[in-house]
Ligand binder design. Structure first.
Ligand code: SF4
Length: 327
């Protein structure tokens, strides 16, 4: 009995009481803190040789196979009118109005010359549809001539406008591979991480990165949606639902990848999924800060190196801003 007590005494003495230290910290700081643990050994190597995001990207690349770089297909049932602009035939779902013809023609010219076009068209004249038809027709023509074609990056002012512009894409006859990207605030589906970020008054970006690191290292607090990205069946589901030419989807539909219908399917993170899909999409829709804010557009994080503005066709669709001194 004496020996057991001595052993317990030794153990207690050797181990610091972390709970007491934490409580003392809270007393001093006066408010709850989120403890950002030191990065556990080995995580850096795991990340650099490819975490769940890299695995998802590699699997999607394999599933896409040779479909990348081909002219985007068209849906003949929506190509009801043709508009000739120089050497291009543009397909429209209806006869375009005069302002739409002008927008389409100047957009094609700007793509050909590689310059900047500043186009203004009255509200309600259907300029977004004309822009989409023009740039997708131009991209199709390029894909017939060369192997790699510039991706189109289409920036809008608000998240609700993304829904509208995706609606316009559904109307037109072109069926590209598309992606929508957004912030973690919009696309994070882990309610625990989100509420911890709010409680701890730290940014969601920071909390997410911590949860992703813990997931990689199998530590408590890891985000299970991040882990799901690395599953084979998840990549297949993403490819089937979002990654193929002609799959038109918006943010709400993407969020459903965090809630699979069948119990044997893995949920995955919509935020990282969107950024991986953007790497190979023909057209990417995004809030305009992804284009105008250099801290976002020039970001070279491991999931976004294949998505930058360099060599892209960049569109900023900013209704109502032209007369306000906006972009
Ligand atoms: S990995 Fe995705 S779901 Fe998980 S915390 Fe980060 S953004 Fe949220």
């Amino acid at each position: 009995m004496q020996r057991v007590r001595q052993r317990r005494g030794k153990l207690t003495k050797a181990k610091p009481d972390l709970a007491k230290e934490k409580a003392a910290l809270h007393r001093v700081l006066g408010e709850p803190v989120i403890q950002l643990e030191a990065r556990p050994p080995g995580v850096q190597e795991i990340l650099s040789r490819g975490g769940a995001v890299e695995q998802l990207r590699d699997r999607l690349d394999r599933l896409s196979g040779e479909s990348g770089g081909r002219p985007c297909p068209v849906d003949p049932s929506k190509c009801l009118h043709q508009l000739r602009v120089d050497e291009d035939i543009l397909y429209f779902p209806f006869e375009p109005l005069a302002p739409q013809k002008a927008v389409a023609s100047y957009s094609i010219k700007a793509c050909d010359r590689g310059g900047i076009a500043f186009l203004e068209s009255p509200t309600g004249t259907g300029k977004s549809l004309a822009l989409l038809c023009a740039v997708l027709a131009w991209q199709r023509r390029q894909a017939e001539k060369v192997t790699t074609v510039p991706q189109i990056v289409y920036g809008v002012r608000t998240h609700s406008q993304i829904k509208q512009i995706v609606g316009e894409l559904r109307k037109c006859g072109y069926r590209p591979r598309m992606a929508v990207i957004g912030s973690r605030d919009q696309l994070c589906a882990n309610e625990t991480v989100k509420s911890e970020a709010r409680r701890g008054r730290v940014s969601l970006n920071l909390s997410c990165r911590q949860a992703a690191r813990c997931a990689v290292a199998n530590l408590p607090g890891g985000c299970n949606l991040y882990r799901g990205l690395g599953q084979n069946s998840y990549a297949q589901r993403v490819h089937d639902r979002y990654g193929q030419a002609g799959r038109i989807w918006d943010v709400e539909e993407l969020l459903s990848c965090a809630q699979p219908k069948a119990s044997d399917q893995f949920p995955g993170c919509p935020y990282y999924t969107a950024h991986v899909l953007a790497g190979d999409a023909d057209i990417v829709f995004c809030p305009q800060n992804y284009i105008l804010d250099p801290s976002v557009s020039q970001c070279r994080s491991h999931h976004r190196e294949r998505w930058s503005l360099k060599g892209r066709i960049v569109i900023i669709d900013a209704p109502g801003q032209c007369g306000d001194g906006g972009p």
